[in-house]
Design a protein around this ligand. Structure first.
Ligand code: T3D
Length: 256
């Protein structure tokens, strides 16, 4: 059985981390496969949204702590596998959504934070985890976390590594919504379908704009927005959106 399951249906590419016996602890094989799918398959125009989830009772417990047992590894080399995945998600011009149930720990949480949206089941537990084993957070956590919660909270979460329940994660802005555990698969599917039926190119441009804003001045952003709007304004979906407004009907976006 593959360590990464792929399913494509109605514009939604669902990627399932599949090592449930270890709460989907990440191995080199899994990361390489994930990086490859993000680079080669996810950019296809028929893919309108990517959902990342975990098999079994949790999302992901982070790096597999048994993979390099007894070995002295080069972290710099090993972390390239994580970097490809995180950069792959960031540069993908379509929404990437994490569906979190059970534990999201260590680099598993880093991957969830690198997604554009996070939906959590009520049973979700989020924890940075790294400092508990004497490591610093990686896989982009030091980029994403302080931008979501501010420096002081990020320091607390990274240094003390508390286990956050879904509601606390929601109140901190770490997840976008919390849904009852029984309704989780249906709610994830509903949100994914909504995104898959949306103006996909616009979503990609929104993603570009928000990512650029992390290191731009207001003046630069005003210029950049104007540039991106030139692109959005020429999409078929923009024409369809305006036409649907005139005709007082729901828009039928095709991602073009
Ligand atoms: O080293 C490097 O390569 C550098 C990069 C590091 C990146 C990182 O991600 S560092 C952080 C690594 N992750 C952790 O430290 C989390 C470790 N796991 C836990 O704290 C807990 O397992 C959870 C909070 C995730 C879940 O707790 P619980 O009680 O629901 O489950 P459990 O019983 O602890 O785990 C179930 C099984 O999964 C268990 O196996 P067993 O005993 O039934 O055979 C456990 O050992 C295994 N497991 C859980 N996490 C990992 C793991 N196996 C390997 N690696 C793991 N990360």
């Amino acid at each position: 059985m593959s360590v990464l399951l792929k399913e494509f249906q109605e514009g939604i590419l669902t990627l399932t981390l599949n090592r449930p016996e270890a709460i989907n602890a990440l191995t080199t094989e899994m990361l390489k496969e994930l990086g490859k799918v993000l680079a080669r398959e996810a950019p296809a125009p028929e893919v309108r949204v990517v959902v990342l989830r975990g098999a079994g009772r949790g999302f992901c417990s982070g790096q597999d702590l048994r993979e390099f047992e007894g070995q002295r590894i080069s972290y710099k080399a090993h972390l390239r596998n994580y970097q490809s995945v995180v950069e792959g998600m960031a540069s993908l011009e379509k929404p990437v959504m994490a569906a979190i149930h059970g534990a999201a720990a260590g680099a598993g949480l880093s991957l969830a934070l690198a997604c554009d949206l996070r939906v959590a089941a009520a049973d979700a537990i989020l924890t940075t985890g790294f400092s508990k084993i004497g490591l610093i957070p990686d896989a982009g956590m030091n980029y994403h976390l302080p931008r979501m919660v501010g420096y002081a909270k990020a320091f607390e979460l990274e240094a003390l590594s508390p286990r956050l329940g879904a509601e606390e994660a929601l109140s901190l802005g770490l997840v976008n919504r919390v849904v009852p555990t029984e309704a989780f698969p249906a709610e994830v599917a509903k949100l994914a379908a909504e995104l898959a039926q949306g103006p996909s190119k616009t979503y990609g441009l929104i993603k570009r704009a928000l990512r650029r804003s992390a290191s731009a001045t207001l003046a630069e952003m005003l210029e950049y927005e104007a540039l991106l709007q030139e692109v959005a304004g020429r999409t078929e979906d923009h024409q369809e959106g305006v036409q649907a407004f005139y005709e007082k009907r729901p828009a039928r976006y095709r991602g073009r």
